[in-house]
Design a protein. Structure first.
Length: 84
């Protein structure tokens, strides 16, 4: 699960849990940002890894796990497999 207890990494904008989940799936934070229309590789989504910058508090409670990143990573991995 992507817990929100950890604090976003300075300069990255994602929590350590979100970064670890992305890296475990084969994505760097920069690749994830570019995948979501941040061409410069700077993350502008929410710190849980969801591209919606209002995720925390709207899609889930502040102290709850984020399932957005899990489903988005799964979708991205399927797209990668289809492209190769």
């Amino acid at each position: 699960m992507i817990t929100l207890i950890s604090i976003p990494r300075p300069g990255v904008g994602l929590t350590d849990d979100a970064v670890a989940y992305l890296e475990g799936a084969g994505f760097t934070p920069e690749e994830w940002a570019k995948r979501h229309d941040d061409a410069d590789g700077m993350w502008r989504g929410d710190y849980c890894g969801c591209p919606d910058d209002r995720c925390v508090g709207n899609h889930h409670a502040v102290d709850a796990d984020c399932y957005c990143l899990i489903s988005l990573v799964e979708e991205a991995m399927q797209e990668r497999r289809a492209e190769s």
